[in-house]
Write a protein that binds this ligand. Structure first.
Ligand code: NAD
Ligand code: LMR
Length: 330
């Protein structure tokens, strides 16, 4: 391959998500089969030995698209020249923990990484934050990276979007590929709002399903909101392979574009659309093209949806205030 490899930095490379994510990126699932990729893997020092083992396995996979791997514990080195950064490395919550408990533990990671991205990443950098609390970690990184345009930072709500697709497809008795225009609004937390009022099921509107308020309020919405906790309860560890798959879906579609006639859910910086306070990193319906995103405009928001969007964005504002008080915002 003669084209210059795309440099993809991944943090938390020795972790559970990393173990699934790296092999998919190396095999071309993120950038396609014709684009060589250089992986740049960041871990904390005690985990570097484990990363060496992962690198041996990457080598042993003989992926045609893998052009090289760098590992290290210094974000200033690992983010050097990065075109894409997937910020996964953070402590996951364990049984009984709420996401808010992670704010302090994980927030500090994202000040240093934001600064390092600011100083060393390539001009075309695109950043996806998966590590929790993802929206607020993205806000921290963004506010510590004043030279990187705000719209280059995003946080993952694609896993929630995919979970909502699966639940709605099951209810409707169709395959997930027959669903369109579903939205996750707000925070990647139990306040998120999966909205099916604009969705299309096999080309029809969702009146049958939105009219079933018992299912909507007592089944669909809480199932999607609490799916992360249900997986922790069942597995004894937080979702990993599905989180890796969603991290790929999110970043691939951002770089390569959303499908015509459909939209995605991404947490991106608010411009005040739909009453979401400006500057919060909140999930919206977006379309993407060539590494840029646009919030879908002009959707009617009914009272049912309004209350839920407001509740989740109020939580995001509280998280912002909490990390501001901890001096984590640049
Ligand atoms: P894990 O504990 O298995 O791995 C995390 C890794 O991050 C560890 O290897 C750790 O050493 C590393 N790490 C910690 N601090 C670091 C730093 N400063 N720099 C680089 N690496 C660092 O956890 P996991 O299961 O892979 O989950 C990772 C994160 O993703 C957690 O915060 C989890 O809650 C989150 N998550 C998010 C979603 C989502 O949809 N947004 C879904 C699932 C999990
Ligand atoms: C998930 O949604 O699976 C993760 O964010 C884990 C969690 O803490 O809920």
């Amino acid at each position: 391959m003669s084209i210059t490899p795309v440099k993809v930095a991944v943090t938390g490379a020795a972790g559970n998500i990393g173990y699934s994510l790296l092999f998919r990126i190396a095999s071309g699932a993120l950038l396609g089969p014709d684009t060589p990729v250089e992986l740049r893997l960041l871990e904390i020092t005690p985990a570097l030995k484990a990363v060496e083992g992962v690198v041996m396995e990457l080598e042993d996979s003989a992926f045609p698209t893998l052009a090289g791997v760098e590992i290290g514990d210094d974000p200033n080195v690992i983010f050097d020249g990065a075109n894409v950064a997937l910020l996964v490395g953070a402590r996951p919550r364990t049984k009984g923990m709420e996401r808010g408990d992670l704010l302090e533990a994980n927030g500090a990671i994202f000040t240093g990484q934001g600064k390092a991205l600011n100083d060393h990443a390539a001009d075309d950098i695109r950043i996806t934050v998966t590590g929790n609390p993802a929206n607020t970690n993205a806000l921290i990184a963004r506010s510590n990276a004043p030279d990187i345009p705000a719209e280059r930072f995003s946080a993952l709500t694609r896993l929630d979007h995919n979970r909502a697709l699966a639940q709605l497809a099951r209810k409707a008795g169709v395959h997930v590929t027959e669903l369109k225009k579903l939205t996750i609004w707000g925070n990647h937390s139990a306040t998120q709002y999966p909205d099916i009022f604009h969705a299309e099921v096999a080309g029809k509107n969702t009146a049958d399903f939105t009219g079933d308020t018992d299912w909507l309020e007592n089944d669909f919405i809480p199932t999607v909101q609490k799916r992360g906790a249900a997986i922790i309860e069942a597995r004894g560890a937080s979702s990993a392979a599905s989180a890796a798959a969603a991290t790929i879906d999110h970043t691939r579609d951002w770089l390569r574009g959303s499908a015509d006639g459909d939209w995605l859910s991404m947490a991106v910086v608010s411009d005040g659309s739909y009453g979401v306070p400006e500057g919060l990193i909140s999930s919206f319906p977006v379309t993407t093209k060539d590494g840029n995103w646009e919030i879908v405009q002009g959707l009617d928001i009914n009272d049912f949806s309004r209350a839920r969007i407001d509740a989740s964005t109020a939580e995001l504002a509280e998280e912002r205030d909490a990390v501001q008080a901890l001096n984590l915002l640049g």
